[in-house]
Ligand binder design. Sequence first.
Ligand code: PEP
Ligand code: MN
Length: 259
Amino acid sequence: MYFQNINNIIDLINIKPFIIAGPCSVENREQINEIASNLNKLGIRILRGGAFKPRTSPFSFQGLEDEGLKYLKEAAEKNNMFVITEFTDSRQLDELYDYSDIIQIGSKNMFSYGFLKQIGKATSKDSKPILIKRSFNATLNEFLLAAQYIINLGNPNVILCLRGIRTFEQIDSKMRFTPDLASILELKDMTNLKIVFDPSHACGDSKYVIPTAIAAINLGSDGVMLETHSSPETAISDGKQSIKPEELTKLIDYINHNY
Ligand code: PEP
Ligand code: MN
């Protein structure tokens, strides 16, 4: 099985390619436990799940917040997994720091320079990995400079996550964003930081997720992050782009045969 014996998050993200999987949002204790247990059976070691959800609409589900993060951590611990979750304000850095092994900065916060500085400062003591997502309207230079805010404050462990950019897809494509796959190649020429590709948000449709993840790995992405849910039809957020845990076997088999 894939990665089962590694007990340190830094060692885990040094294995290429690594997989991050889990639901868009933590919905309740049973949901996250079931998903974590199914991912653990596949050998997946990094569990994602949103507890603080910066949604486009204030009327959409905003996440279970602190309670959700506690369920996420509990599910990860029970299943020998590490946690990645998005933080959206400095209160979380103060009070919930130990609940996440990798802190995610969402695409909407990529330009929040004050928050980037707070994260850089808070994580300089232990260099906890930070995964920063590219804004859908950021150039690659803007993206790298956002990462540099964190690095300049003393944490070099920044992971760049590509998740699709906005072009013409709202007009004649059914994809949610335009997958910025070739940016993997360009970023590799520009930086030594690790790169993760998120095909779920990039494509917005579960049927495109695995082939796009495979393409990202073949282009040299260090890792992939996929939204995974036991019943995507009933997911509170992003069900359309979520795959079932068992669908990951295709990706795992591909990696096992080719890497
Ligand atoms: C996420 O990965 O949970 C997310 C909200 O994605 P993004 O910030 O890319 O929209
Ligand atoms: Mn999502």
